[in-house]
Design a protein around this ligand. Structure first.
Ligand SMILES: [Cu+2]
Length: 124
């Protein structure tokens, strides 16, 4: 093994620590966004997990296939109120929708911890 001067060794450690320090908050944010969910007891044959919600549109993704929404608490999934992005199952659901619109919606779990809106209706 080649000997490394102690100083550059310490510099390397410092650089690594900084990288980790910068990367970690992003990873945590992502985890928080996925929400821990509470339904591990069902098997593959069980019906899809769905939940109803109410929210306000904050942004509409390109081609209407995603929405950033402030949603109210969703007790079925034990989710608090928050702003998050949802995939949308069918762009037709977001047709005519505008930022600031209040909607009721249903989300469906498409894979572990990943949800998409499969029903959406304007409120008021
Ligand atoms: Cu959320």
């Amino acid at each position: 093994m080649r000997k490394m001067p102690m100083k550059s060794y310490l510099n390397l450690i410092g650089a690594l620590a900084m990288t980790v320090g910068l990367a970690a908050p992003a990873a945590w944010a992502d985890n928080a966004h996925r929400h821990g969910h509470q339904h591990h007891q069902h098997d593959a044959q069980s019906v899809a997990v769905t939940a109803q919600g109410i929210g306000e549109v904050r942004a509409i993704g390109k081609n209407g296939t995603s929405l950033v929404m402030h949603h109210e608490p969703m007790p079925e999934l034990n989710w608090p109120a928050m702003v998050m992005r949802f995939a949308v199952a069918d762009a037709e659901l977001t047709e005519g929708l505008g930022v600031g619109d209040k909607v009721s919606f249903r989300i469906r779990e498409v894979s572990e911890g990943e949800f998409e809106i499969d029903r959406l209706a304007p409120l008021e």
